[in-house]
Design a protein around this ligand. Structure first.
Ligand SMILES: N[C@@H](CCC(=O)N[C@@H](CS)C(=O)NCC(=O)O)C(=O)O
Length: 196
């Protein structure tokens, strides 16, 4: 399998982390989104949305959207709860991540890390929604080791991606002790090296 991705992108790291945790072999194809690599005809044939991550399965079929990819790759693993209700609770977090977390925290991080803008240039509405997302997670994680009960699941993979690097988007994690505790636990469970 090939993974087309950018190692600075949380969405792409989700896919790498799942493959590494499951010891699934892959070839990493580095894509530079800032240099137009996602706008070539070859890339658009894989994903018309022009975004990474994309995987190309061994039989040649492509698949995009980070959370769809990790759900497919982890389908027979303990990262996906076998109980249908718990799997649906996991899906709640996956959808929430894409609509209520990533658009604020990842986008602010993009502006600072990729575009070199100062924290003060961030859209205040995005900052407010990003903090609301972290606060919601902190309340939930105060009573729960992982996002869906006692075991690490894809919900933790998806939310770890941009929560651990939230400070790079100007979101200090000092006020979110349960999130900080959970980041360490999720990194350990997934075999992800903590940030220096
Ligand atoms: N919802 C998508 C978002 C993917 C996405 O935003 N990818 C960014 C990198 S993190 C990208 O490829 N940006 C380049 C572009 O949009 O041209 C997912 O979860 O995979």
């Amino acid at each position: 399998m090939k993974i087309y991705g950018d190692l600075k992108s949380g969405n792409c790291l989700k896919v790498k982390w799942v493959c590494d945790a499951l010891a699934s072999p892959y070839q990493w194809v580095a894509v530079d989104t800032m240099k137009g690599d996602t706008r070539t005809p070859e890339f658009l044939a894989l994903n018309p949305a022009g975004q990474v991550p994309v995987v190309v399965l061994d039989d040649g079929r492509p698949l995009a959207q980070s959370n769809a990819i990790i759900r497919y790759l982890a389908r027979d693993s303990d990262l996906l709860p076998r109980d249908p209700y718990l799997a649906a609770r996991m899906d709640e977090w996956l959808f929430w991540e894409q609509y209520s977390h990533e658009p604020y925290i990842a986008v602010c991080r993009y502006q600072m890390l990729y575009l070199g803008k100062p924290a003060a240039a961030r859209d205040p509405a995005k900052v407010e929604r990003g903090h609301a997302a972290l606060a919601l997670m902190d309340r939930h994680l105060a009573d729960s080791r992982f996002l869906v009960g006692p075991d690490c699941s894809l919900a933790d993979v998806a939310l770890l991606a941009y929560s651990r690097v939230a400070p790079e988007g100007g979101f200090a994690l000092d006020g979110y002790p349960a999130v900080r505790r959970w980041i360490a636990d999720a990194e350990r469970a997934l075999g992800v090296a903590p940030l220096a």
